[in-house]
Write a protein that binds this ligand. Structure first.
Ligand code: B12
Length: 490
């Protein structure tokens, strides 16, 4: 393939400040969005590399070596991911580095976080980057690459691309995505640089996530970025991969040595049937993994599904159950209409399985008083007692795009973070063992001040520790790989 058919995609580090340090939010996994784009462009005849700079810097590569790597081959275009909020500073630093190396090669940015804050980015950083791809990126990126290849410059009228014109006007036509899910190429981690080999107990190189669904989640939870209206990313209707496709994707991951598999998206929202079918196929084809991780939200699947999930052919099955709060009132304020009775029915069924069963919890929620937090504390103790341990407890992050932010006056919420630049602080805060991050608290309420949030969080983390350490399920859970820590933060 000739050199001019080359496209370079980059997964940035968080910031030079934290290049060699673990940030508050995790940054080492490969972005499957970039894998999806690479697969799509390869199908159109391009050569694509993904440079994973968070991995490179953490594994001892210097800035000079990264520069040398970027200089080895001149691409048609650079795409930098800003999938996660803590990549923002790293994205800008990388764009700056590329501009200094190649003044004129177009740089586009994309990913979930970039899509949510596209206008802010284009408004403030159009001197460093050419624009932002909003939402699903396959067709938009392909058309942009083609426009550079054919005409020498980016065509700013490509739907799905947002850019700032010379007169300051922002140009953007939304793209309606109609790509059939099962027509998308399978993802592969081949071609991600640097290749890091697993060493003593490090599972990161073996982790791979499966994309099962695109488009918004059916529920409009007020605080969630995946909510129906926000999570669409160009798709008018939620679309799932078929169980056959998912089994084939899994097989391909296993063939390339990926043995810790994660399904973290809203696969559960399609109900019990497709999950059961996928598991049946995996069993029949003996697609055995070391670990298989499922994420389940209350209300979409029956309590019977946990027994089905347990049967996945893996050395360990992990099931992460997102309850978030023990207060029905607070749940309702978040547009989540569950009764704790039904939650406990699920928890009882889940706790009886031989799986690494965990739940996760949030505080600083709308209308949440200390009394509500104590209900969450009770629920934490009860679920641990029933064999469902706590994965994490952390403060809710209030994003300006969420329905809750828009309606924050209803709960007297005072928001501190309003734009892309405000969220850049996530790129520069390192992980702390105690999991307490005052500078990452995004809001307060008269009935739960910032100090209250931090104090209550400390309390809950202590409760988790005491309940876990004295639990009769501890030995079994440790055998399944449970590790108690205070720092996990979402
Ligand atoms: C699966 C998932 C994971 C998986 C796997 C992620 C992965 N390997 O990519 C795991 C469990 C590892 C994970 C981890 C985290 N996640 Co996550 N994750 C998701 C989830 C549920 C689905 C993502 C997915 O499958 N997408 C499918 C792929 C194909 O789509 P995509 O990634 O969006 O990519 C498309 C476009 O965005 C675009 N695009 C993407 N990248 C780029 C780059 C360029 C250059 C361009 C042009 C376009 C582009 O094109 C792609 C193809 O169409 C999303 C929510 C959601 N529904 O999207 C949260 C979500 C993205 N995660 C989130 C977070 C916070 C995290 C963590 C930081 C959590 C933590 N505390 O550690 C970590 C970070 C991990 C890391 N960097 O190492 C947040 C991000 C919020 C934000 N504003 O940053 C989300 C939105 C969840 C939420 N509701 O809050 N996650």
């Amino acid at each position: 393939m000739s050199e001019n058919k080359y496209v370079c995609l980059i997964q940035p580090h968080t910031s030079y400040k934290l290049a060699t340090i673990q940030p508050a939010l995790f940054d080492q996994f490969d972005s499957i969005g970039l894998l999806a784009l690479a697969g799509y462009l390869r199908e159109q005849g391009y050569t694509v590399d993904i440079l994973h700079l968070a991995k490179a810097y953490r594994n001892g590569y210097t800035k000079k070596q990264v520069e040398e790597k970027i200089k080895t081959r001149k691409p048609i275009l650079f795409g930098i991911g800003n999938m996660w909020l803590h990549q923002s500073v790293g994205m800008l630093e990388t764009a700056q580095m590329i501009r200094e190396i190649y003044g004129d090669i177009p740089i586009v940015v994309g990913g979930q976080h970039a899509s949510f804050f596209a206008r802010d980015i284009v408004q403030d950083y159009s001197n460093q980057i050419n624009g932002v791809i909003v939402g699903e990126g396959e067709e938009t990126l392909y058309q942009l690459v083609k426009s550079v290849e054919e005409g020498g410059t980016i065509d700013p009228t490509v739907p799905g691309f947002m850019s700032k014109q010379k007169d300051g006007e922002i140009l953007y036509t939304p793209r309606i995505v109609t790509l059939e899910m099962d027509s998308l190429p399978f993802m592969s981690h081949k071609g991600v640089w640097p290749e890091v080999r697993a060493k003593n107990g490090d599972i990161i190189p073996s982790v791979a996530a499966i994309d099962t669904v695109r488009g918004g989640c059916p529920t409009n939870c007020g605080h969630c970025l995946e909510a129906n209206n926000l999570g669409k990313h160009g798709r008018e209707k939620r679309a799932f991969h078929s169980p056959e496709y998912l089994a084939e994707q899994l097989k391909r991951y296993l063939d390339e040595g990926k043995t810790y598999i994660v399904i973290q998206d809203s696969f559960y929202a399609n109900g019990d049937g497709p999950i059961a079918e996928f598991i049946e196929r995996a069993s029949k084809d003996n697609l055995r993994t070391e670990a298989m991780h499922f994420f389940i939200e209350p209300g979409y699947v029956s309590s019977d599904i946990f027994k089905v999930l347990e049967r996945f052919p893996a050395d360990k099955v992990a099931i992460d159950y997102g309850i978030e709060t023990g207060s029905e009132k607070v749940a309702k304020n978040m547009n989540r209409f569950f009764k704790m009775d039904s939650i406990y029915r699920d928890i009882e069924a889940l706790g009886k399985t031989n799986t690494l069963a965990t739940a996760w919890w949030l505080i600083s929620l709308p209308g949440e008083t200390e009394e509500d937090v104590r209900l969450t504390e009770e629920a934490i103790k009860n679920t641990i007692d029933l064999g469902v341990f706590t994965e994490r407890v952390s403060q809710m992050l209030l994003f300006p795009q969420s329905e809750l932010y828009k309606n924050r006056h209803l709960y007297d919420i005072n928001a501190y973070f309003h734009n892309y630049n405000d969220f850049k602080v996530f790129s520069t805060v390192e992980r702390r063992e105690n999991g307490i991050y005052p500078e990452l608290v995004t809001h307060d309420m008269p009935y739960q001040t910032k100090e209250d949030t931090l104090m209550l969080l400390r309390d809950l983390k202590k409760t988790v520790r005491v309940a876990t350490e004295s639990s009769r399920h501890l030995e079994k859970m440790q055998k399944l790989g449970y590790q108690l820590n205070d720092y996990d933060f979402f």
